[in-house]
Design a protein around this ligand. Structure first.
Ligand code: SF4
Length: 676
């Protein structure tokens, strides 16, 4: 029987060899022959990217100048973390090859944590022991691997802002609860053995559908690796005994984060291998990187889950410094005899975080320093970190291209809405992003009402009161009992899940707001309320859209006033032409042909109610100014100009206009597309 690569003898390997001896086998240690006594040099680089681009350039040169069956070795620490960077560097160096896979083998797979499946499993585990905010939960709901969680795209405000898995399960219907019954066991302080927890976890993942994803290859490999991590975790069972679910989640999480996926080994002329894999291998040319003083010998890495004294007693390798130094020294010696020419490299730079200069490892002290020109025939070719970097500017490899237009909207698509109109006016790119591409703003569910919800409550309250009192006299006769009854109804409809104390406070606040509003309405000239919050449809510019006006009043002289309730900051300057900051009121003016005035009715905290608008009514209503000063036109001409502008906006949306042009800088402040 031959065993290879057993230079480092773990407790299990030692036990195995002891057993062999006890069964009467002769166990003979054979050290690899030192075949080469060639040149060994070292070289420093100012950055990792310069080091990598030199190595890949050197590897290409070796590959081109050596016989076809030569083996070029590169030994790399942290190969899992650097694998993608190394691959990109090789792809740039071998830019004329269709694929580098037949030339270079990077002997380590990617870290498991980089797979979507692993990330989703970790997030799910975290959700079982802690609350996540709604956007994290929605992200988890989009996982193709855990479809049976049935997480919706939007949460209503009956959910808390942050919640855990058990809270989520508690709010689901009977069928889903029954289906996900097994998940309720992943909780609490009850102690179980690691075996039991792993069993429950695997069953839970099955129930969630992690086996059903259609991308079989990727999913299968990641799933197999995760199962392997679980079986590694099982080995801790005798050491940790009975543990809580939170402790179990910690163990699994750390193990998943540290795991590197296996890669298929295959023969290629250039082999990038880890330090451990390289022991005993022979090459025609070898480059060993990562030999700074801080990297070689590496720090000790005892198993985080097993007490250190136990590991020392069991003589687990590399848990004492002498043991580690001995291993590093032997490996350095082995490398230096593994090829006719061996190059050790290190990054010799001031590391920002430790503020000190990094020198070469003392284990390489006896090797002479080399210069770049002795290692590579064209040192200039690697002096830009990336082989393409020097071409970028001169040869225009990168062109910048901006387009102000999206594709046109189909002629047959006549769906339109007031929000498209407003967004197209405020910023065409925003309209395109939201209504064409579908990048919706995700509102967090909230427990206590925010400013928007408070505004909605006030709208509902005034609407209810105006259903009871249709004119000034009726409003003046509203009694306290009626007002409280209406407030209670509105609050119960919307805030029934909130504490009684909060509802009482809100009732008091709204009572004051309503009394102040009644005072304001009684101070005005007489009026009749014609419409309150009624949906209407308008045809404009070849499309139709629905709108809802808060309120339309008929004044004593028969003229019509359109009123919009506002609780936040607004500015009637938004109705000024040539470009509208808000299309809502100009649209109402177009939709209600006989309207003689448009106004906001302001409900600003701590201030009396007031009108803010434009019309022909300035002589009779305070706060509503004539248009002649601002617009230099008659009221009818202003309405006509608004109509033309609205039609132009509809046309520009259908033509695909999507230029980035906010009507004023503060439009961007609340825009969720800012990051784009
Ligand atoms: S952030 Fe500003 S510029 Fe960008 S889409 Fe939103 S409104 Fe337009």
């Amino acid at each position: 029987m031959s065993l290879f690569a057993v230079r480092e003898k773990s407790p299990r390997r030692r036990e195995f060899l002891t057993q062999l001896r006890q069964f009467g086998c002769d166990v003979i240690d054979i050290e690899p022959e030192h075949r080469f006594d060639g040149e060994v040099v070292k070289i420093g680089f100012e950055s990792l990217s310069r080091e990598l681009s030199t190595i890949t350039g050197w590897a290409r040169e070796q590959f081109s100048t050596r016989p076809i069956n030569s083996r070029i070795g590169i030994v790399c620490p942290h190969i899992g973390e650097l694998a993608q960077q190394i691959k990109r560097s090789f792809e740039a160096t071998f830019w004329d090859c269709h694929s580098i896979d037949s030339i270079v083998h990077i002997g380590s797979g990617a870290p498991l944590r980089e797979t979507r499946l692993c990330q989703d499993v970790i997030k799910f585990l975290e959700w079982t022991v802690q609350t996540l905010d709604y956007s994290e939960v929605i992200q988890l709901g989009r996982s193709p691997f855990l479809p049976e969680l049935e997480i919706p795209e939007v949460f209503t405000n009956s959910y808390h802002e942050r919640f855990d898995l058990q809270y989520y399960l508690g709010k689901q219907n009977k069928e889903l609860k029954a289906k996900l019954q097994s998940l309720t066991l992943l909780r609490g302080n009850r102690n179980r053995s690691v075996n039991e927890w792993v069993d429950l976890l695997v069953r839970a993942l099955k129930v969630l559908g992690w086996e059903n994803h259609k991308d079989v290859t990727v999913n299968q490999q990641a799933r197999a690796e995760i199962l392997q991590v679980f079986s590694e975790v099982l080995k801790l069972s005798p050491l940790v005994g009975q543990i809580t679910w939170s402790f179990m989640v910690n163990i699994v999480r750390v193990s998943l984060l540290q795991h590197t996926m296996k890669s298929e080994s295959k023969f290629t002329p250039i082999q990038v291998v880890s330090r451990e894999q390289s022991a005993g291998m022979q090459f025609d040319a070898l480059w060993v990187l990562g030999n700074a003083d801080t990297q070689w010998p590496p720090p000790m890495q005892p198993n985080a889950m097993i007490p250190l004294p136990v590991q020392r007693e069991a003589q687990v390798h590399r848990v004492t410094y002498p043991n580690l130094l001995d291993w590093a020294h032997n490996l350095t010696l082995l490398w230096s005899h593994s090829a006719p020419r061996v190059i050790f490299s290190y990054v010799d730079e001031e590391q920002e975080d430790i503020q000190s200069e990094v020198a070469v490892s003392q284990l390489l002290a006896t090797f002479p320093e080399a210069t770049l020109s002795t290692l590579i025939s064209e040192p200039g070719s690697v002096s830009h970190d990336h082989p393409w970097a020097r071409h970028m500017k001169d040869e225009n490899y990168i062109n910048e291209y901006f387009s102000d237009f999206g594709t046109k909207v189909s002629q047959t698509d006549t769906r339109f809405s007031t929000s498209i109109l407003r967004n197209q006016s405020q910023c065409p790119f925003r309209a395109w992003g939201i209504h064409r591409v579908g990048i919706k703003d995700q509102q967090a569910p909230y427990r206590f009402p925010d400013a928007i919800e408070r505004g909605n409550i006030l709208h509902a309250l005034i609407q209810e009161l105006l259903e009871i009192a249709k004119n000034q006299i009726g409003i003046s006769k509203l009694t306290e009992e009626v007002i409280i009854e209406v407030i209670t109804k509105v609050l119960e409809d919307r805030l029934d899940n909130l504490p009684r104390q909060f509802i009482d406070q809100e009732t008091e606040r709204l009572k004051k707001v309503v009394n102040q509003w009644i005072e304001f309405e009684c101070d005005r000239a007489p009026f009749e309320v014609m419409e309150v919050e009624e949906y209407q449809e308008i045809g404009l510019g070849g499309v139709s859209m629905w709108y809802k006006i808060d309120r339309i009043d008929k004044l004593d002289d028969g003229s019509v006033l359109v009123i919009d309730l506002k609780t936040g900051t607004v500015n009637r300057g938004d109705w000024h032409l040539p470009r509208l900051g808000d299309t809502q009121m100009p649209l109402y003016a177009t939709a209600v042909p006989d309207c003689k005035g448009l106004t906001y009715l302001l409900f600003n905290r701590g201030k009396p109610n007031r009108f803010m608008g434009y019309g022909e009514l300035e002589t009779v209503i305070k706060g509503i100014d004539g248009v002649s000063n601002k617009f230099q036109m008659s009221w009818d001409d202003v309405k006509q100009a608004w109509k033309v502008e609205l039609e132009n906006l509809i046309k520009s949306y259908f033509a695909g206009d999507a230029y980035v042009d906010p009507v004023r800088p503060n439009v961007c402040r609340n825009c969720h597309l800012m990051s784009i």
